[in-house]
Every structure is written in structure tokens, then in C-alpha cells.
Design a protein around this ligand. Structure first.
Ligand code: IMP
Length: 428
């Protein structure tokens, strides 16, 4: 009972979808608290293979209510399409709740994301182009439109929407030379969303607090990763929301002290999509091989992910930010067959050692990794369900990561399916 946060401990794409699907059977609620449809969570189970962008990954578990929290930026068209795609494949979508406080990604946010990126030129952030950043900008600027606003379209929302759309159109036309968005079109979209979403929009924070009072369990599903966190990532090469544990309570409206555990999800190596520093990045045959072997391409954008060895300096930093109570390691099987594996145990900047993750992206860019090399393993970890099935060298690798991060792995994922999992200790 209580709330458990499941957090991406690196640059996102750690395999959170599989873990949420795996752990959801022990919860009554699964709740997304940050990000938007920039996320792509893959779940493979007896129903097939699914890519989820907004619907929480607990949707396949009978009896679990899935909440899209106030901290999520929601593109209603994407949500509706995702729900109808799930329905068409026989998945029960009747227990999805959208917080009335969640901000909506409006058509002008998507246009502005692309235009702003083009304007940045060589300094582009490599955003996913889904309008997520511009929607959070409007939230902070108190110009956002929330799901709950749809209920009072004509009297409540229309006057505000009119002034927001006028301002956005001035930006689109005068600054970028792009066509304006007719107010009627935006209003029609809102009327359509009100009609289609009315059964879903509810005071999610109230429902979650009541669930906690009844002693139920909430799995808080993180999106992106700690190193992309707006405050704690390598700014400005970050996403626009609080991906780390600190954002979980705020993004759902439940008290921080109801969080009983913080699960950090690490991939056995590093990946990153988009621009920005990544100290262990490799651009050689090893990274090419790894990318193809592990199919490291973005679920949302299809972009090739950048690949590197495990960065334990960043891992330790991530643990400090989140205060993990347990860890999960994913994709260990991808490293099967390597003659040796490397771990970055420190950085050197301008010839000097640096033992922490710097706040400045320029300094991080100049960080050279200091590697420790460990023997690889010849027998497979793929599909293992017990620790005893893992080769000694693989276990040694996991133990070394634990030492360097400062927290223990309670779960090791050895493949994409639910059963390809070594559970060492109960997590929730
Ligand atoms: P935005 O979140 O679309 O604004 O993109 C900002 C940065 O975060 C870019 O580098 C994206 O590639 C990255 N990013 C956003 N969402 C994800 C994700 O779910 N996984 C990995 N990277 C992401």
C-alpha cells in the first residue's frame, strides 16, 4: 500500500513500460505524472506488442485504474487515437482517467515546437516535435488550457482562448511568417474533445488521495529520465517537465510522504536521443552493432538512438537526485557475447579528474570518460528468470554497477516479455 514511483534513471528509454506492466498486478492504480506524447513506452505481453505514448502502461492489468495526472501535457487527438487503437485490439480502456488539471497540447503548440527548433539552427535541442515544450511554457506563463476547461467552453474558455489564439497567431505570422490558426477551428477542436473525453476527465488528484486513504497501491509511472529533467538534466538539452522523483507528487497531487519507494530503472548501457552532451557516446562498429542488435530507435520519432557504455558517474548522480530505494536493470541480454564490457567510473575535464555530474552542459560536453573494463560473458542471460542462470561475469557486472551507483538491483530484465525477468526482491 502507498505510492511507489518508477523513475527513468538515465536519458529515458530505459524500459519503463515493461516494468510498469510487470509490476502493475500489485497495484490498483498506475498514474503517469509528467511528460506527454514525447514518451514512447513499449509493452509486450500476451495481448501483443504495444507502443504507448499517453495511456499508462498498467492498462493491460484487469482492475487497475490508469490515471493521466495533472503534470502530464496531453494532446487530446493523440490520446483519443491511442485509446481507440487499444480498444480495437481488445484492450479494456474503461478505467482511464484524465486529470481535469492536466494541460492540453493545442495545435499551435505543435506548430511552434517545429518553428522554434528550426529557428535554433545548429543549436537545436532535437525535440520530439510533439508540442510538449511550448505547452509547458504556456502552463508556466498562465496561458495554458486545461482538460477541465473543456466543460465550460462557451462562457468560461472562449474569452481566454480568443486572447491566447490572437497572441499565438501574432507569433506565428509576424515572427515566423507561418499561417495563422483560425479561432473557429481551434474552438471546434475543443468542442470535439469535450464530447469525446467527457467520460474521462475527472478530479484525478482527489481520486488518488482517496485511494491512499483506503490503503490502496499507486504505481507512479515516470516518463523520460532524470538526465532529461528540466532542473536536474544537462540544461538546456532537457525536456520541459520534472521527470525525476521530485516531480511525481506534484504531477499527481498526492503528498510526497505517501511515496513509500522510489524505483530507479537503468539500462545496462547508455542511450540518448536528441542533442546534448553524452560523455560515453561511441560512434564506431560497437555502437552500430549494439543499435541494430537492440533495435535502439525511438518509439516516438523513429530516430536512431545514440549509444554508449554505462555511465556510473551519471548513475550515482541520478541516485542522489531521486533517493532510489531499489533499482531495476534492463536489457542486460543486449550485452551477451561481448568479450569485455566497459563502465565509466569517472570523468576528466581539461586533464583534471571530475567525480560528479556537472551542472553546465558545456563542461559535460568536455568530459572524457574514465573506463573500467570487465570481462564479458559467453553464455546468454537472455530469458533468464533466476539469478543462478546468469553467468558469473554478468553477475559481477551487475554487482559492480550497484557498488558504483550506491543502491541494489532488485530486478533484472533479460528480455522484453513479462516472464523474462529475474526478481531478486519484492519492489512494491
Ligand atoms: P521534448 O521533450 O520533445 O521537448 O524534447 C527534448 C529532449 O528530450 C530531446 O532531446 C528529446 O529527444 C528528449 N526526449 C523527450 N522525450 C523523450 C523520451 O521519452 N525518451 C528519450 N528522450 C526523450
Amino acid at each position: 500500500m502507498g505510492a511507489y514511483a518508477l523513475i527513468g534513471a538515465q536519458w529515458g528509454d530505459e524500459g519503463k513500460g515493461k516494468l510498469v506492466d510487470y509490476l502493475a498486478s500489485q497495484a490498483q492504480w498506475v498514474a503517469r505524472y509528467a511528460g506527454g506524447n514525447n514518451a514512447g513506452h513499449t509493452v509486450i505481453n500476451e495481448n501483443g506488442s504495444f507502443s504507448l505514448h499517453l495511456v499508462p502502461s498498467g492498462v493491460f492489468q484487469p482492475g487497475v485504474t490508469c490515471v493521466i495526472g495533472n503534470g502530464v501535457a496531453v494532446n487530446p487527438d493523440v490520446l483519443l487515437e491511442e485509446i481507440s487503437g487499444l480498444k480495437a485490439r481488445g484492450v479494456d480502456t474503461s478505467r482511464i482517467v484524465l486529470s481535469d488539471r492536466a494541460h492540453l497540447i493545442m495545435p499551435y503548440h505543435v506548430s511552434l515546437d517545429a518553428l522554434e527548433e528550426a529557428e535554433r539552427g545548429d543549436a537545436a535541442l532535437g525535440t520530439t516535435g510533439k508540442g510538449v515544450g511550448p505547452a509547458y511554457v504556456d502552463k508556466a506563463a498562465r496561458m495554458g488550457i486545461r482538460a477541465g476547461d473543456l466543460a465550460d467552453l462557451e462562457a468560461g474558455l472562449l474569452p481566454r482562448l480568443k486572447s491566447v489564439v490572437e497572441l499565438k497567431n501574432r507569433t506565428l505570422t509576424k515572427l515566423y511568417g507561418a499561417p495563422p490558426l483560425p479561432l473557429e477551428e481551434v474552438l471546434d477542436r475543443c468542442a470535439h474533445w469535450r464530447q469525446e473525453l467527457k467520460g474521462l476527465i475527472r478530479p484525478a488528484d482527489v481520486l488518488l488521495r482517496k485511494a491512499l486513504e483506503r490503503g490502496e497501491t499507486i504505481l507512479m509511472e515516470g516518463a523520460q529520465g532524470t538526465l532529461l529533467d528540466l532542473d536536474h538534466g544537462a540544461y538546456p538539452y532537457v525536456t520541459s517537465s520534472s521527470a525525476s522523483a521530485g516531480g511525481a507528487a506534484a504531477g499527481l497531487g498526492i503528498p510526497p510522504r505517501s511515496i513509500q519507494g522510489v524505483i530507479g530503472v537503468f539500462k545496462a548501457y547508455s542511450t540518448r536521443v536528441g542533442s546534448g552532451p553524452m560523455p560515453t557516446e561511441m560512434t564506431d562498429e560497437t555502437s552500430d552493432m549494439l543499435r541494430e542488435l537492440a533495435w535502439e530507435y525511438g518509439v516516438t520519432t523513429g530516430r536512431a538512438r545514440r549509444i554508449g557504455w554505462f555511465d556510473a558517474v551519471a548513475g550515482r548522480y541520478s541516485h542522489r537526485i531521486n533517493g532510489f530505494t531499489s533499482l531495476a536493470l534492463t536489457r542486460l541480454d543486449v550485452l551477451d557475447g561481448f568479450s569485455s564490457v566497459k563502465i565509466c567510473v569517472g570523468y576528466r575535464v581539461d586533464g583534471e579528474p571530475l567525480d560528479h555530474f556537472p551542472s553546465n552542459a558545456g563542461v559535460l560536453e568536455r568530459c572524457e570518460p574514465v573506463y573500467e573494463e570487465m570481462p564479458g560473458w559467453n553464455s546468454p542471460t537472455a530469458g533468464a528468470t533466476e539469478l543462478a542462470q546468469l553467468p558469473t561475469e554478468a553477475v559481477a557486472y551487475v554487482r559492480r554497477l550497484e557498488e558504483l551507483i550506491g543502491c541494489s538491483f532488485h530486478l533484472i530484465s533479460t528480455g522484453p516479455h513479462r516472464n523474462e525477468t529475474v526478481l531478486l526482491e519484492r519492489m512494491i
